[in-house]
Ligand binder design. Structure first.
Ligand code: CAA
Length: 261
C-alpha cells in the first residue's frame, strides 16, 4: 500500500496488517476537498483488495482531524453545480468499503470532518478532540450524514442540540453520548489505536467483515430483518476454515492462526 500509493492530500503507511491513512492538508485544517475524498476512496479500494490488510486507521493532525468540507471550494457553487456534480457522493463511497475503518481523532472534527469520523466503524478520541456540526453557522445544514448518523449514534436530543446550535462537544461528552468508543490521552492516541487495529487485523477476516456488515445493517433495517440477516451470516461462518481453526484452538488450548482472506 505504502510504496505504491502517491497522494497529494494523504500520507499512507502500513504496519503489519494495518494500513494507516493520515489526512494531510495541515494548512487548511485538513479541510475535505474533492481531491482528498477521491484519493481517500482510491486508497480504501486498494486496502479492500489487499489480503494482507486486516484493518485501516484514518487519522489527521494533532490540531485537527478535519475541520469540515472545504468551504473555499464550496462557497461559489450554485444549486445546479451541487446537484449535478453530487459532490457529497464520495462520502457514501467511503462508507461502502469492506475493511474495518477506525477513526483516530485528535483536535477538531467539525462538519464534514465529524461526518467522516462517523462514517468510520469506530472512533477513538484523544482527550483533546472536539466534535461539532457548525454548518448552521454558515447558513447551511450538515450534508454528509450529520443529521442521520449523529441521531442514530447519540439520539434526537443531542443531535438537535449540536446541529441547531453548532456548539462543540469535547471528548468526554462525546464518549458519554455514545459517539466515540474510547477516549485516550492525546500522546497515546496512535499507540492505543494501533493496538486495537492490530488486534482486529489478527482475527478472521471473513468474520470481521461479517460483523461490520451486520452492525451497519442494524442502522438500516427493522429488528426482525436484521436478526434474520445476522443469523444467515452467523451460519455462513461455519463454511470458513477460520471457524474450524478458532474452535479447534480453543479445545486444544492454543492460540488460533486465522488464515481465511
Ligand atoms: N474549509 C476551508 N478552509 C478551512 C476550513 C474549512 N472547513 N477550516 C479551516 N480552514 C482554513 C482556514 O481558512 C485557514 O486558512 P488561511 O490560513 O488560508 O486563512 C486555516 O485553515 C487555519 O484555520 P484558522 O485560522 O481558522 O484556525 P483557528 O485555529 O483559528 O480555527 C477552526 C480553527 C475552529 C477549525 C476554524 O478554522 C473553523 O471554524 N473552521 C471551519 C469549520 C466549519 O465550519 N466546518 C464546516 C464546513 S461545512 C461542511 O462540512 C458541510 C458538510 O456537511 C459536508
Amino acid at each position: 500500500i505504502e510504496t505504491e500509493t502517491k497522494c497529494e492530500t494523504l500520507l499512507v503507511a502500513q504496519e503489519g496488517g494495518v494500513a494507516v491513512i493520515t489526512l494531510n492538508r495541515p494548512d487548511a485544517m485538513n479541510a475535505l476537498n474533492a481531491k482528498l475524498l477521491s484519493e481517500l476512496n482510491t486508497v480504501l479500494d486498494k486496502c479492500d483488495a489487499d489480503p494482507e490488510i486486516g484493518c485501516v486507521v484514518l487519522t489527521g493532525g494533532e490540531k485537527a482531524f478535519a475541520a469540515g468540507a472545504d468551504i473555499k471550494e464550496m462557497k461559489d457553487k450554485s444549486f445546479a453545480d451541487a446537484f449535478n456534480t453530487d459532490f457529497i457522493a464520495p462520502y457514501d463511497a467511503i462508507a461502502s468499503h469492506k475493511k474495518p475503518l477506525i477513526a483516530a481523532v485528535s483536535g477538531f472534527a467539525l462538519g464534514g470532518g465529524m461526518e467522516l469520523a462517523m462514517i468510520c466503524d469506530m472512533i477513538i478520541a484523544a482527550d483533546s478532540a472536539q466534535f461539532g456540526q457548525p454548518e448552521i453557522q454558515l447558513g447551511i445544514m450538515p450534508g454528509a450524514g450529520g443529521t442521520q448518523r449523529l441521531t442514530r449514534a447519540v439520539g434526537k436530543a443531542k443531535a438537535m442540540d449540536l446541529c441547531l446550535t453548532g456548539r462543540r462537544i469535547d471528548a468526554e461528552e462525546a464518549e458519554r453520548s455514545g459517539l466515540v468508543a474510547r477516549v485516550v490521552p492525546q500522546t497515546a492516541l496512535m499507540e492505543e489505536t494501533m493496538k486495537i487495529a492490530s488486534k482486529i487485523a489478527s482475527f478472521s477476516q471473513p468474520a470481521v467483515a461479517m460483523i461490520k456488515k451486520s452492525i451497519n445493517t442494524s442502522m438500516a433495517t427493522p429488528l426482525p430483518e436484521g436478526i434474520r440477516q445476522e443469523r444467515h451470516l452467523f451460519y455462513s461462518t461455519f463454511a470458513t476454515e477460520d471457524q474450524k481453526e478458532g474452535m479447534a484452538a480453543f479445545t486444544e488450548k492454543r492460540k488460533p492462526d486465522f488464515k481465511d482472506r
